[in-house]
Design a protein around this ligand. Sequence first.
Ligand code: NAP
Ligand code: ZN
Ligand code: ZN
Length: 349
Amino acid sequence: MITSIGYAATAARAPLAPFNFERREPGEHDVLIEALFCGVCHSDLHAANNDWGSARYPLVPGHEIVGKVVKVGSAVTRFKVGDHAGIGCLIDSCRECSPCQQGDEHFCERGPTGTYGGYERGTRIPTYGGYSNNYVVAERFALKIPQNMDLAATAPLLCAGITTYSPLRHWKVGPGQRVGVVGLGGLGHMGLKIARALGAEVVLFSSSESKREDGLRLGASDVVISRDADQMKAQTGRFDFILDTVSAEHDINAYLRLLKNDGTLCLVGLPEKPTLFSARSVVFGRKSLAGSFIGGLRETQEMLDFCAQHGIVSDIEMIQIQQINEAYARLEKADVKYRFVIDLASLKR
Ligand code: NAP
Ligand code: ZN
Ligand code: ZN
């Protein structure tokens, strides 16, 4: 076994603290990655707080991992020692069902294995995430990091990047379309950059007046303050597609109203509580209310290559692991610019 160190939550809302544990040795198809950087996703906070009711403690969060390959199994072909590699939200799946075979491992019929908070497939060995010094993963579930990308700023692409790229591609967002992105946090700022790179006109909806300038800098042609009823009303019926990344309870009818006929509101945010919507909000105008969940391995690699080609990375605020509880408190207040990334060298202190 490999002696490892991370930061774990031991109960809902307990501060994260140092935690020693063991990882398995890499098998013939696996790589051992020395973790260098890990993004802080709002899902980590939801999970640590047990917002979704399925947390298992001790919980080591983190599913936006970039690191260096330090050991490879004998059958590994895509990586060699010294390569950079990424790990996102998935580390395994059944690999046999039809979604798995089509590259939709995240929709595995037998349930995918998440990077943390579950068990290694077919065992009772807990999975611990990327707020740690290493990870062992099958090469099939590891991503290649394109040359010359800033490693720390690339980490958030592994969840925030793919979670926004996948629906923007699925609903064929592109030139000539007017697209809304709701919420300027980790997902939202990636959504802005990617939708813009796909050629759409993008409007940001933010509840924070203070994010207006940044919204424009990150690619929005306009910023609408969602708390201002007049500003919202002026946008009625003007959008082909709206991507809603908000992490907390809010009124989705307000956004359905802004769609053109046949438009789609796609939810990616996962608030703790269910949301109400009126049938009238979708019936008139034949509108669609949809959702989207991360993305499969093939599409995640495609997203990384797309971002490399378009010079897209995340806007990050680097933190030491010792600052993680402070970062969580700021995430809760929507005070993020626009992804915290942990410098994992700080684990050695
Ligand atoms: P984040 O960085 O905290 O950003 C969320 C943003 O939502 C905030 O910055 C804020 O933007 C807005 N917001 C927060 N509270 C609000 C409120 N009460 N009313 C209106 N707006 C509010 O979070 P994230 O990491 O981007 O994650 C966003 C959500 O997506 C989380 O629920 C996360 O669990 C979920 N998620 C889903 C998937 C998936 O596969 N579907 C993957 C990853 C994450 P403004 O200040 O601009 O309003
Ligand atoms: Zn995430
Ligand atoms: Zn499967």
